[in-house]
Design a protein around this ligand. Structure first.
Ligand SMILES: NC(=O)c1ccc[n+]([C@@H]2O[C@H](COP(=O)([O-])OP(=O)(O)OC[C@H]3O[C@@H](n4cnc5c(N)ncnc54)[C@H](O)[C@@H]3O)[C@@H](O)[C@H]2O)c1
Ligand SMILES: N[C@H](CO)Cc1c[nH]c[nH+]1
Ligand SMILES: [Zn+2]
Length: 434
């Protein structure tokens, strides 16, 4: 990977250009055309795009239940056991995110509160262009179920040989209501607008490539979305004691997701940087998804050399990576310095794939610098809050003049009179004291 050795200020500019939400006008335009086509032509457009982008002629848009049951029943025991282990750990972590709202009665005669309601219908995007992602089904459906969402549908790109049985097994394990074999921007359009076969949902969740991430951005407003979870990223902060082979392996674990995936190393040691580059070459030579990973390493990846660990954390906060590994001594002591990152892996044992599969925290995470303001997918994404107020007349009386004063200051006489109407027996309605 390219080694960058400049001042911190110059490094910040460089990495900002490379890592922050960029616009891709040609992708934006082709996604907009796909969305409009699906909105106008429904299922027929979905079938056309599946031919064009996935090379699949679809008969059923919805995966038949018999196919899902067969996949589950024939699943290898070790795969089912692995999925169940992941399911247990993801469930125990996400249970802690459940919120029940609140009700307060701090002042006599006043009740205020917030109630939490699950979304009625959500659509989960499960990527499937170059790899199958049963783990992503667990990561999105488990928090949805814990939140109490009643209708959970899933979309995933069609495959010539049928949807991967591991994907179908995971979907059955977590209780997905319907699976539609459709991917890319066209799948996002279907969930946003509805078609003859696919129901419109309230919110679309899940990661995907640049077409999926762009489509989610464009339908936002018609439906809600969780975040921008695009091509994967890994940022590693390492000092001179980190093991080059482990650092390189972890960088490649994310590089193999997508040609646009971003592997990034920030280190205080030029010696480590050079050793990692040697290791990357060695390991790439035998990696099955070598073509994808090489494009990512060569075109998106970089190694930044910094003066000390304080600079390393400053630079990483500017990048706001999806995943951040901290491979230095006493990693926990740096947690307070980390402001922008989707998921943090502390210490050399906490290799990123641990979080992808079994640790329990979510692996659907913000990318392209959006960890500055987005959080990991969680139970909170599948609910909405409604607040409520109840007052007695006696409780309103001492606050009424504040309301009428503020209303009249805003030139909203109707607001003031609505309050005064609560005190009809006082001459000329409510009169403020003094
Ligand atoms: N950020 C996260 O939380 C997270 C988690 C898991 C995976 N990911 C990312 O998900 C992505 C998965 O990507 P993928 O490609 O394997 O699967 P995908 O399902 O996201 O995309 C495949 C679809 O892209 C569409 N497509 C492909 N080329 C197109 C073109 N030229 N024009 C219009 N549409 C086109 C096709 O419709 C195809 O079905 C990777 O980028 C991976 O890094 C991110
Ligand atoms: N690392 C991905 C998120 O960027 C998630 C994933 C799923 N399977 C393997 N990895
Ligand atoms: Zn991964």
């Amino acid at each position: 990977m390219e080694i960058l050795q400049q001042s911190l200020a110059e490094l910040k500019k460089q990495v900002n250009r490379r890592t922050q939400q960029a616009t891709h006008p040609e992708v934006e335009a082709s996604v907009a055309a796909i969305l409009a086509d699906v909105q106008a032509n429904g299922d027929a457009a979905l079938r056309q795009y599946s031919e064009k982008f996935d090379g699949v002629t679809l008969t059923d848009l919805q995966v038949p239940q018999a196919e899902i049951d067969a996949a589950y029943n024939n699943c290898a025991p070790e795969l089912l056991a692995a999925l169940k282990l992941a399911q247990r750990n993801i469930t125990s972590f996400h249970k802690k995110e459940i919120s029940y709202g609140f009700i307060d009665n701090e002042r006599a005669g006043v009740i205020r509160g917030q109630k939490v309601t699950p979304l009625a219908a959500v659509g989960l995007y499960v990527p499937g262009g170059t790899a199958a992602y049963p783990s992503t089904i667990l990561m999105s459906a488990i928090p949805a179920k814990l939140a109490g969402v009643k209708k959970i549908v899933m979309v995933t790109p069609p495959q010539k040989e049928g949807i991967n049985p591991a994907v179908l097994t995971a979907a059955k394990l977590v209780g997905i209501d319907a699976i539609y074999q459709i991917g890319g921007a066209q799948a996002i359009a279907a969930l946003a607008y509805g078609t003859e076969t696919i129901p419109q949902v309230d919110k679309i969740m899940g990661p995907g490539n640049i077409f999926v991430a762009t489509a989610k951005k464009q339908v936002f407003g018609t439906v809600s979305i969780d975040m921008i979870a695009g091509p994967s990223e890994i940022g590693i902060i390492a000092d001179e004691n980190a093991a080059p082979a482990q650092v390189a392996a972890d960088l490649l674990s994310q590089a193999e997701h997508d040609k646009l995936a971003r592997p990034m190393l920030v280190t205080t040691s030029l010696t480590l940087a050079q050793a990692v580059n040697v290791e990357l070459e060695k390991q790439l030579a035998t990696l099955p998804r070598q073509e994808i990973a090489r494009a990512s390493v060569d075109n998106q990846g970089f190694i930044a050399i910094v003066a000390d660990l304080d600079d390393a954390f400053t630079l990483m906060n500017a990048i706001a990576p999806e995943h951040l590994e901290v491979q230095v001594a006493e990693p926990m002591t740096y947690l307070a310095q980390i402001e922008n990152a989707g998921s943090v892996f502390l210490g050399s044992t906490a290799s990123e794939p641990l979080g992808d599969y079994v640790a329990g925290p979510n692996h659907i995470l913000p990318t392209s610098g959006t960890a500055r303001f987005f959080s990991p997918l969680g139970v909170y994404d599948f609910v909405k809050r409604t607040q409520f107020i109840q007052y007695t007349n006696a409780a309103l009386q001492p606050e009424a003049s504040a309301i009428t004063t503020l209303a009249r200051t805003e030139g909203l006489e109707g607001h003031a009179r609505a309050i005064e109407a609560r005190f009809p027996n006082q001459p000329c309605g409510y009169k403020s004291r003094g």
